[in-house]
Write a protein that binds this ligand. Structure first.
Ligand SMILES: [Zn+2]
Length: 472
């Protein structure tokens, strides 16, 4: 999208109707002037944090956000517009969205705002810990949203880049409304990059501003709270979660306390999410629990206002809303890849002498370090022997009464016996053979072979197949 059509998009954003936008085309305002109008028109009282240093508000989203017109990006864009959420299964995190990030570091001539590439990378690492709920990290208890971030390696002209731009400008650093605005000068195509600006976001730790593809579209962070406690201001709010929170807004989430104690459907009021209980107002500090609106407050949620070192989760429905937003509102932003931590069944099971056939499943972690994965099978013949086996390839070959789904060099696990319900399970141990062939970021295929002596002929059958891509 070129600058002209961006301007029109913002005009649409502000006026909310095509007819008004046409009138505006006659005498267009600059995007900056429109932005000023839209922000000054808002009168919502800022929420001050009595215990916060520097007297800053945690987030400027409520004051800065523009009431947006969003052109429909597809037939199901209404699944995650600003009126409601449809957390359909199709938005469940089953593959990775890989998002390229450009960080615009805006420095003051007095040296404020100087951030090293190492600190920027540190911040990217925190984002991945939080959005991927990475094991062993502070974000581990949350849902793996399967949105991953990396510094851009190619700039908008196709040239190699570090994904970081540096500029020195005192007015820009202090977030002043210059002409043109720094966001207009520095922004890379917002449809293809997540633009992050680090500066002195006066009054706030950070904010998200704009709508998908607009000239402001980006995340604005107070430079002192970038990275994991590595910049000069060490305290409970400096663990890189300002960026996690603001990118949550960028991906289409409201605060968990949006709308207070709302009544009505939780997918169409408040934060438009049902698995985050409503709350009357923001949570500060780090209470072990809190009650509001007759329910438990989502104290640990990234979209609340608790301290950085107190928050550790997005919920499943927040994950689905964010992924829906990428699919319908930011379709050119992310590369998709299968990613690790995915288990999918494939291949057909076959009927056996007791029913419609055996199905393979799993419980436990798909990470090697956790070492607690267990394979299971249900629907096999009660009291009969069977064996789980795995290999690198997928095949579909008639075998016995069923279909063989695993090919390549086969590894067999211990022989076992189904219980009286035809259920069998076996824990895997990645430290011993043959399971120690399974390493991080590798993909393997599993199946259950079992005896079925009551069936005439070969006397054995197989479950369907299970493909697992393993995480570290
Ligand atoms: Zn916020």
């Amino acid at each position: 999208m070129n600058i002209c059509s961006k301007t029109v998009l913002i005009a649409l954003s502000l006026l909310g109707s095509a007819a008004s936008a046409q009138a505006l085309q006659v005498a267009p305002l600059s995007p900056r002037a429109q932005s000023l109008l839209s922000i000054r028109a808002r009168t919502q009282q800022p929420q001050l944090n009595p215990s916060a240093p520097n007297g800053r508000q945690r987030c400027g989203y409520d004051e800065k956000r523009v009431t947006v017109y969003e052109s429909a990006q597809g037939s199901q864009a209404s699944d995650c517009n600003w009126n409601s959420t449809n957390p359909d299964e199709i938005y469940a995190p089953t593959f990775v969205y890989n998002v390229p990030v450009v960080v615009h570091v805006i420095q003051h001539t007095n040296g404020d705002g100087a951030l090293s590439a190492a600190t920027i990378q540190d911040q990217i690492d925190v984002l991945n810990e939080d959005f991927r709920a990475m094991q062993g990290s502070p974000g581990a208890p949350g849902v793996d949203v399967m949105i991953q971030y990396h510094l851009a390696t190619v700039d908008p002209n196709g040239a190699p880049t570090t994904g970081i731009t540096y500029s020195t400008n005192d007015a820009w650093h202090n977030d002043e409304w210059t002409t043109p605005g720094y966001w207009e000068v520095l922004q890379w195509d917002p449809q293809q990059y997540l633009n992050v600006y680090t500066l002195n976001t006066v009054g706030y730790y950070g904010y998200y501003w704009g709508s998908p593809g607009s000239i402001e579209d980006g995340v604005y962070l107070w430079w002192r709270y970038v990275g994991d406690n590595s910049s000069p201001t060490a305290n409970n709010d400096n663990y890189g979660r300002t960026a996690t929170h603001e990118i949550g807004h960028y991906m289409g989430l409201h605060h968990t306390f949006e709308g207070g104690c709302t009544s009505g459907g939780c997918y169409s009021t408040g934060d438009l999410i049902c698995d985050t209980n409503p709350q009357e107002s923001a949570t500060w500090g780090c209470p072990s629990s809190q009650q509001s609106c007759s329910s438990q407050v989502p104290v640990r949620n990234y979209m609340n206002y608790t301290d950085d070192n107190c928050m550790w989760e997005f919920t499943e429905e927040q994950a689905r809303r964010m992924r829906c937003r990428i699919q319908w509102y930011r379709p050119n932003l992310a590369e998709t890849e299968p990613g690790c931590g995915v288990a999918t069944t494939y291949c057909q099971t076959a009927p056996n002498s007791v029913g419609s056939g055996a199905l393979i499943g799993h419980t436990g972690s798909l990470g090697i370090a956790a070492n607690d994965l267990e394979l299971s099978s249900s629907g096999a013949i009660p009291g009969q022997f069977g064996i789980f086996y795995f290999g690198p390839n997928q095949v579909s070959t008639p075998f016995g009464h069923g279909v063989r789904c695993v090919g390549g060099q086969i590894r067999r696990l211990t022989v076992l016996q189904s219980d009286s319900l035809g259920y069998a399970s076996i824990p895997l141990d990645f430290t011993t053979a043959p399971e120690n062939d399974i390493t991080a970021n590798s993909t393997w295929n599993f199946q259950f072979w079992y005896r079925d002596t009551a069936a005439a002929g070969p006397g054995f059958n197989l479950s369907n197949g299970l493909e697992i891509s393993f995480c570290p």
